[in-house]
Ligand binder design. Structure first.
Ligand code: NAD
Ligand code: IPM
Ligand code: MN
Length: 361
């Protein structure tokens, strides 16, 4: 049986609360399947600033380097948002981790569980039979990382920059994902205004020639934001640069019912000694300071991120799919956390939702 090393970084706010539920689920799975997980926790983000005076301690980096996968909660909060940028949880820990391990391909599946149609702010006729969109977001380039960037007395600036190689590899990720799905890629850009995005569109179009059975379309980001609420069912894979993918993924999450439902996988090209594809797996949402400490956060995004770790990272597809089925079952039974609650359902807290999903495995 294989043993995988997992670096567990719960982080701040609701991070530790939802991570506890994901670990419970993983614990149970090891009694069902023939693999084991050696988990080790480390500090990251605001809690690491408080304890070690840095959001990303060397010991945390070392743990990640030895691991087959990083299971990440979320970082940040009001307490740390006035520190200098590079000392903040987001810019001092999460972004450097993504960059350091070259995790350029961020997969964010927005799936409507039909049982949750009532929780979506969209009308039932728009949700239809449900939808299943995969956002493929470039994660280590674009305006997040382009140089120069800075803040001076009377101006602030960032640089949006993409190289051919960066666009090509994320385009390959999107086309390969589409091959296993409904064979459609919609590339999102702002080629009517931004030169970076003219180059993005040209480069994606060029790579598409290697995937003749995939239907490629292009859409401006403002239109895409609108189309997502008008008719989300038209999309299969949405290919986005770093910032547009960030924005559209929160939107896509919400139309599935809640940001607390959206998991993600951030992958690079590195394979570990164990045959795993190294990656960082985290919910798309943040530390949710408004509900932290109340025991009401939805743990499903974190639990499904653990499922994505099994499927995309460790190659334990059956075990990962079993988590998706368990979540589906618990939702069918009518259990809901506050964020996805609607009339006639049974309201449960974070811990209880974690227990129900664990039992349903
Ligand atoms: P947020 O995603 O934390 O919260 C937005 C809204 O969604 C809030 O109302 C919150 O209660 C709700 N929400 C999010 N996750 C939920 C869950 N699991 N269950 C129920 N409701 C949930 O975004 P924000 O408030 O803009 O940011 C808060 C902090 O989190 C900031 O410091 C931000 O930088 C950080 N952040 C971190 C990550 C990450 O670590 N990956 C991602 C996004 C934001
Ligand atoms: C996300 C988050 C991060 C991002 C922040 C916290 C740096 O919003 O993962 O979506 O913008 O990538
Ligand atoms: Mn985001």
């Amino acid at each position: 049986a294989k043993t995988y090393k997992i670096a567990v970084l719960p982080g701040d706010g609701i991070g530790p609360e939802v991570m506890k539920q994901a670990l419970k689920v993983l614990e149970k799975l090891q009694t069902i399947y023939d693999f084991s997980l050696e988990t080790e926790e480390a500090d990251v983000g605001g809690c690491a600033i408080d304890k070690h005076d840095t959001p990303l301690p060397d010991s945390t980096i070392e743990l990640c380097k030895k691991a087959d996968a990083i299971l990440f909660g979320s970082v940040g909060g009001p307490k740390w948002e006035n520190l200098p940028p590079e000392k903040q949880p987001e810019r001092g820990a999460l972004l450097p981790l993504r960059k350091m391990f070259d995790l350029f391909s961020n997969l964010r599946p927005a799936i409507v569980f039909p049982q949750l149609a009532d929780a979506s702010p969209l009308k039932a006729e728009i949700i239809g039979k449900g939808f299943d969109i995969l956002i493929v977001r470039e994660l280590t380039g674009g305006i997040y990382f382009g140089q120069p960037k800075g803040k001076e007395k009377d101006r602030g600036f960032d640089t949006m920059l993409y190289t051919r190689e960066q666009i090509e590899r994320i385009a390959h990720s999107a086309f390969k994902a589409a091959e296993k799905r409904n064979k459609k890629v919609c590339s999102v850009d702002k080629a009517n205004v931004l030169s970076t995005m003219v180059f993005w569109r040209e480069t994606v179009t060029e790579i598409a020639k290697q995937y003749p059975d995939i239907e490629l379309s292009h859409m401006y980001v403002d239109n895409a934001a609108m189309q997502l609420v008008k008719n989300p069912g038209q999309f299969d894979v949405l290919l986005c640069g770093n910032m547009f993918g960030d924005i559209l993924s929160d939107e896509a999450a919400m139309i599935t019912g809640s940001l607390g439902m959206l998991p993600s996988a951030s992958l690079g090209e590195k394979t570990t000694d164990n045959g795993a594809i190294f990656g960082l797996f985290e919910p798309a949402g943040g530390s949710a300071p408004d509900i932290a400490g109340k025991g009401i956060a939805n743990p499903i995004a974190q639990i499904l991120s653990a499922a994505m770790m099994l499927i995309y990272g460790l190659g334990q597809e059956e075990a990962g799919n079993r988590i998706f089925k368990a979540v589906d079952k618990v939702l069918t039974e009518g259990y809901r956390t506050a964020d996805i609650h609607s009339e006639g359902c049974k309201k449960v807290g974070t811990e209880e939702m974690g227990n129900l999903i664990t039992q349903a495995l």
